[in-house]
Design a protein. Structure first.
Length: 338
């Protein structure tokens, strides 16, 4: 009988220990499945997935953004998911890409908006799903992202106006080739260039035609511009494809160096056109830095850390053959590959 009582006692003790262990395991499970407190999010097994969604994937500018993003991700032990529309005019495609990323529950999204207003509802969905969104290059209106990292496009385009004004002797007719009406960057560069020209009463802006971020259309609008206004002395092309298209036409028409061309960005084709004298100045952004800081800010948001600055200006530099070989300029023109 004594042996029977002892055995029952041992069984009760063992049962009590098991119940206690199960209670602890359930409590830990509940806490880990709940919402994390600020700054308390642990490292994720396999690394965080950060989606980087450019406006397009075809141009060298976006490849530099990708290199910067991947460099930062490598430092953070994260993974970049690189997805974007083939063309910067494909607003609905970009919306669909982001919708799919929300469904996949990526940890954060870094994006450049094809349209500043049209993408707002989609970004709201991401934020409501608990996915941090950082914007780079082209922002939102209203800006609901956690941080916007970009060139001050108005300021940079004012620089373009100053440079072109000097090149044409501060008088004469000029043309402007923005890219997509409604895209924040295009609107801002158009605004900045027009504001910059106000300082020069003898300069007249006679034509504003959009390239639709397509080099072929850039050629067409340059042809139209020169045909309608044969006395144009200078042109500002506000992005890479517009600049490439314009440069081709100037070369074909024998106007290389005669019609001054100031262009945004620094694709290899643009750099060659600068070296050959078809382009006289480049307004160079820092796309590598945009991608790099975009991922860094995304990681801060993921970890629950405070993002101190809502707007980060990555700067712009006027590049001519006079400063082309300076080390800091070379680093801008030929950024690391990631």
């Amino acid at each position: 009988m004594m042996h029977e009582v002892t055995r029952h006692g041992r069984l009760r003790n063992l049962l009590s220990v098991c119940v206690a262990l199960i209670s602890v395991m359930l409590a830990v499970g509940c806490r880990s499945g709940g919402k994390q407190e600020l700054g308390s999010k642990p490292a994720k097994v396999g690394g965080y997935r950060i989606a980087v969604v450019p406006k397009g994937v075809a141009f060298d500018f976006w490849l530099a953004v990708k290199a910067g993003a991947e460099t930062a991700a490598k430092e953070e032990g994260a993974k970049v998911i690189w997805r974007g529309p083939a063309d910067e005019t494909q607003i609905e495609v970009q919306k669909s890409i982001i919708e799919n990323l929300i469904t996949q529950r990526v940890d954060a999204i870094v994006m450049a908006a094809c349209d500043e207003k049209a993408l707002v509802p989609t970004v709201k969905k991401a934020l409501n799903a608990g996915i941090p969104v950082i914007t780079i290059d082209s922002g939102l209106n209203p800006d609901i992202s956690l941080c916007f990292i970009a060139t001050d496009n108005i300021k940079a385009a004012r620089k373009a106006a100053d440079v072109l004004a000097k090149l044409i002797g501060y008088e004469g007719e000029v043309g402007l080739i923005p890219f997509i009406k409604g895209a924040a960057t295009s609107n801002q560069r158009e605004q900045g260039f027009k504001e910059g020209l106000k300082k020069y009463p003898k300069i007249k802006l006679v034509s504003v035609l959009y390239s639709q971020s397509d080099a072929t259309i850039g050629m067409q609008v340059t042809e139209n511009m020169l045909t309608a206004h044969p006395n144009i002395k200078g042109i500002f092309a506000a992005n890479e494809p517009g600049a490439i298209g314009c440069a081709r036409v100037l070369e074909q028409r024998g106007l290389k160096g005669k019609v001054k061309l100031v262009a945004f960005d620094a694709a290899p084709t643009e750099i060659e056109a600068l070296k050959s004298g078809t382009i006289q100045a480049l307004i160079v952004q820092n796309p590598f830095k945009m991608g790099y800081l975009g991922v860094k800010m995304a990681m801060k948001a993921i970890k629950g850390e405070k993002i101190e600055t809502k707007r980060i200006d990555t700067g712009s530099t006027v590049v001519t053959m006079e400063n082309f070989h300076k080390p800091d300029v070379q680093k801008l023109l030929f950024p690391p590959k990631g």
